[in-house]
Design a binder for this molecule. Structure first.
Ligand code: UD1
Ligand code: MG
Length: 485
């Protein structure tokens, strides 16, 4: 048996990771009552993206620093934390990024490796952070280093500049825009706001921070200076992909990041073979899984968890959320599907829409047809059942090959409780019928158009429940009375 040696670069990955997320800032430029880190990108709060990344890193804990809108942020996160142990510390008032991280000191255990992230930088990839973490103890190194995530920006205005030694192999300082000399302002390499650092050393450096700078703030970036003073090497993990470190400060930036994210996601789908009519006109706000030969027309929005089986075709302008669409099904234009918590299931080869609405618990078997202006909620429809025009099926069990006529509805709600309608195999429901639940239409039965059915019917029967037609021969319609002069 071969022995695998633990190489040094994996050492730092095996140390317990504690992620610190700065999320106390106000986000003034968003001009929103919602705290910035709760603004949504791809349907998910910015902070949710960051904590998702922390969870993928298998962090031991995440310490979230809150301030502006703290209670709201904490409540929103508590709901979506998954497996990750999340702690909150409050920073009030907000005296800078260094002051923010100082608040986490009581929560940080000395054996840990700390990764500092910003709650408003949502798209950093897990692999990038793993590579950054590996820089803390690289190759044959026996001591820890401070690792910074950096990148070159064509326009570095506003960012902290990376000042390197003469050889350029390590970092001497990060200088903020407002404190930089004209020469330093020429530097294109900027600090992303993300660093990896052993907890024990971070604590000693944080204790030394001051606010003697242009902004009168405690800068986290000054830990670099103290690391250098302690003889600790500061290294940069330099990446190319700006998207991964772009922060959100304004609605414009949020929209730009959203478009960039969506385009990237669309390209990934196309790499898997999905055929998109226009990659710029697709929005995935959640997870979209596609089997082979899926085609998606323009302006479709997918939310939550959506699974599209082999050969599924989605027409233009559809909104599909929390649903499984089986192989060969076709969803025509302007269809709205939202399974919410219960989910929606569309069976193989089914035809849905145009202008159809499938709501939670719509469970359609193979070859079901749902036509225009048909709404289905919490109902099962067996193989080959059809409701082609202007109809409502709520809390219904519909058998195989049932034909449900135009304008017919299940009256499932008596004002207090909901009741089920059972329509057995091979039933034919005429147009404009009201099936008043609870009621069962026996197999093979027929319901005459315009009937209001309140009693269950026998298999094979024709049931009609409406006023009998009477005709009066030669009926004279009223005449218009002449106007008096
Ligand atoms: C910071 C870095 C800068 C880097 C840039 C990258 C410092 C001093 N500078 O600058 O080198 O290029 O990020 O985007 O760190 N926050 C708090 N409490 C505070 C202040 C900020 O929680 O008291 C949070 C903010 O909500 C935000 C993050 O920290 O999530 C960054 O703060 P921000 O004010 O945007 O820092 P920058 O000036 O952009
Ligand atoms: Mg910023």
């Amino acid at each position: 048996m071969q022995e695998t040696s633990v190489n040094q670069s994996t050492f730092s990955l095996e140390r317990p990771l504690d992620v610190v997320v700065m999320a106390a800032g106000k986000g003034t430029r968003m001009k929103s009552r919602l705290p910035k880190v709760l603004q949504r990108l791809a349907g998910k709060p910015l902070l949710g993206h960051v904590l998702g990344t922390a969870a993928q890193l298998k962090a031991r804990s995440a310490v979230v620093i809150t301030g502006h809108g703290a209670a709201e942020v904490e409540a929103a996160v508590a709901k979506t934390s998954g497996d990750l142990a999340i702690k909150f510390v409050r920073q009030e008032p907000q005296l800078g990024t260094g002051h923010a991280v100082q608040q986490t000191v009581p929560e940080l255990v000395d054996d840990g490796l700390v990764v500092v992230l910003s709650g408003d930088v949502p798209l950093t990839q897990t692999d990038t952070l793993k590579a950054l973490i590996a820089c803390v103890r690289e190759g044959a190194a026996t001591t820890d280093r401070l690792a910074l995530l950096t990148l070159d920006m064509p326009n570095p205005t506003g960012y902290g500049r990376i000042v390197r030694n003469a050889q350029g192999d390590h970092v001497l300082a990060i200088v903020e825009q407002k404190d930089a000399s004209p020469e330093q302002l020429q530097i294109r390499e900027v600090y992303s706001g993300i660093m990896a650092v052993p907890a024990k050393q971070l604590k000693t450096w944080l204790a030394k921070l001051d606010n003697n700078n242009a902004q009168g703030e405690y800068y986290l970036t000054d830990v670099v200076k103290w690391a250098v003073a302690d003889g600790v090497k500061v290294v940069a993990h330099r990446i190319q992909d700006e998207l991964q470190v772009t922060g959100v400060n304004s609605p414009q930036q949020l929209a730009q990041l959203e478009r960039a994210y969506q385009l990237k996601n669309a390209n990934e789908l196309m790499l898997q073979g999905v055929r998109l009519a226009d990659p710029a006109r697709l929005d995935v706000r959640g997870e979209l899984h596609c089997e082979a030969d899926v085609e998606i027309d323009v302006n479709c929005v997918f939310e939550g968890q959506v699974h599209l089986g082999e050969g599924v075709r989605i027409g233009p302008n559809c909104v599909i959320a929390n649903a499984r669409i089986a192989a060969g099904a076709v969803i025509h234009a302007f269809t709205h599907i939202d399974g919410e918590k219960l989910g929606v299931m569309v069976g193989e080869g089914s035809l849905i829409g145009p202008f159809a609405r499938l709501r939670p618990g719509a469970d359609l078997a193979a070859e079901v047809h749902i036509g225009n202006f048909v709404e289905v909620k919490n109902s099962t429809m067996a193989k080959g059942a059809k409701a082609n025009h202007l109809a409502y099926l709520g809390d219904a069990t519909v058998g195989e090959r049932v034909n449900y006529g135009a304008g017919s509805i299940t009256a499932n709600y008596d004002g207090a409780n909901k009741h089920r309608t059972v329509i057995e195999n091979d039933v034919h429901i005429g147009s404009n019928c009201v099936l008043i639940a609870p009621v069962t239409i026996g197999a093979g039965g027929t319901v005459g158009g315009g009937s209001a059915i309140s009693k269950s019917t026998e298999p094979g029967a024709l049931s009609v429940a409406r006023g009998r037609q009477t005709s009066i021969a030669n009926w004279q319609r009223p005449q218009k009375t002449p106007k008096a002069k």
